[in-house]
Design a protein around this ligand. Structure first.
Ligand code: UDP
Ligand code: MG
Length: 317
C-alpha cells in the first residue's frame, strides 16, 4: 500500500504553555507512526501561530529548529481559529497526501489519528473525529454545545454531532474545501457539503495539556452566530412568521381599543396600546437585527478580504 505523506496542522493562539508538551507528544506519535510504516518520512507537523501575543512564535521557531519534522507559520494578526486552519491547509495541501487538523491543546486524543489513517487507507477522503463523551468539558460548555448542535439541525444544517475541527482530509478533499471561495468561517458545516466518502472515529475528549481556553463566551457566541447565518436562512422565515403573528395580534388589539373607545373606556385602553407599541417595537428591532446580520454577511462576501496575511513560513524542506 502507498504510504501517505501526512501533515498535522495545529492552530496556536497564545499557546506558549501547551506547545512544548504538544510538540513532545506529537514527536512520539509520529516516531511511532514512522516506525510502523504508517506515514512517509516527508510528513510534517505544522504549527500556525494565529497572531499570538505571548511567546508562542519563539517556541515554534525553537521547536522547528530542533526537529525538521516541524514547520511554523506565523500570521500577522489574530485571524481566528478557522482562518488559522485555512492558512495551514493552504500552505500544506500541495505537499501532502492527507492532512489532519487538531487543536494545539491536544484535548482531542492524538491516538485517534491511527484510526483516521486506517479509514483513509480504506478510501475515506474525510474522517471525522467524534467525541464519544464530553465528561471533561464544563457543564456550561457541554449544554451550550448540545443546544447549538440541536439548533443547527433544526435549521436544516447538516452537522456531524459532537464533531469539532479534529478531522482528516485527503488532498483532494482539502483542495475542494479551499476552493469554496466564501469568507466562511464555519468549516465543520462546509466539510459535509463537499460530499466525499467519509468515516467517523470516536474518541474521549480530555482536558487541555496546559493553559486556558482561548474561546471565551464572546468568541463562542460569535462562532455560533457565524455558523447559523452562514448556512441557514431559517431565521429570516422565523422573523417573517413572528411578524405575521404580531400583526394579527395588532389587529385584535386595534379592535379591542376601538371597542373601548366607543364604550367610553378609552383611558383604560391606554395601557394596552402602550404595551403593544412596546411589544411590536421590540419585535421590529429583533427582526432588523437578524436582517442586518445577513446584510453584514453579504457585505463581507463582496469585500473578498484575504483570510490571512502571511508573515513568515518555516518549512525545513
Ligand atoms: N485558536 C486560534 N485562534 C483564536 C482562538 C483559538 O488559533 O483566535 C486555537 C487555540 O490555540 C486552540 C484551538 O484554536 O488550538 C481551540 O481553542 P481552545 O482549545 O482554547 O478552545 P476550547 O477547546 O476551549 O473550545
Ligand atoms: Mg481546547
Amino acid at each position: 500500500m502507498h504510504v501517505p505523506v501526512l501533515h498535522i496542522i495545529l492552530p496556536c493562539y497564545n499557546e506558549e504553555e501547551a506547545l512544548p508538551i504538544t510538540a513532545k507528544r506529537l514527536t512520539e506519535l509520529t516516531d511511532d507512526m514512522l516506525a510502523k510504516g504508517l506515514i512517509a518520512p516527508e510528513s510534517r507537523i505544522v504549527m500556525v501561530d494565529d497572531g499570538s501575543k505571548d511567546a508562542t512564535w519563539s517556541k515554534i521557531s525553537e521547536i522547528c529548529g530542533a526537529d525538521s519534522r516541524f514547520e511554523g507559520i506565523k500570521l500577522a494578526h489574530n485571524a481566528g481559529h478557522m482562518n488559522a486552519l485555512w492558512a495551514g491547509m493552504t500552505l500544506s495541501v500541495d505537499r501532502c497526501d492527507a492532512l489532519i487538523t487538531i487543536d494545539a491543546d491536544l484535548q482531542d486524543d492524538v491516538n485517534a489519528m491511527y484510526g483516521f489513517l486506517e479509514e483513509y487507507g480504506k478510501g475515506a477522503d474525510v474522517v471525522y473525529g467524534v467525541r464519544s463523551s464530553r465528561k471533561t468539558d464544563t457543564a456550561f460548555k457541554r449544554n451550550t454545545a448540545q443546544l447549538f448542535y440541536r439548533g443547527m439541525r433544526r435549521m436544516g444544517v447538516d452537522l456531524v454531532y459532537n464533531h469539532a475541527d479534529y478531522r482528516l482530509l485527503s488532498q483532494r478533499a482539502t483542495r475542494a474545501l479551499l476552493s469554496v471561495g466564501e469568507v466562511n468561517k464555519f468549516l465543520r458545516g462546509m466539510v459535509p457539503l463537499l460530499g466525499f466518502k467519509s468515516a467517523k472515529v470516536y474518541y474521549e475528549r480530555g482536558v487541555r495539556v496546559a493553559g486556558e481556553s482561548k474561546y471565551p463566551l464572546k468568541k463562542m457566541l460569535a462562532f455560533a452566530m457565524d455558523g447559523i447565518t452562514s448556512f441557514s436562512n431559517k431565521p429570516i422565515r422565523w422573523v417573517l412568521l413572528t411578524g405575521i403573528i404580531f400583526a394579527l395580534l395588532g389587529v385584535v388589539m386595534a379592535v379591542y381599543t376601538l371597542a373601548s373607545l366607543i364604550s367610553g373606556h378609552s383611558v383604560a385602553g391606554w395601557a394596552s396600546i402602550m404595551m403593544s407599541i412596546w411589544l411590536i417595537g421590540g419585535v421590529q428591532l429583533i427582526a432588523l437585527g437578524i436582517v442586518g446580520e445577513y446584510v453584514g454577511k453579504i457585505y463581507m462576501e463582496t469585500k473578498r478580504r484575504p483570510k490571512f496575511i502571511l508573515e513568515e513560513h518555516i518549512t525545513n524542506a
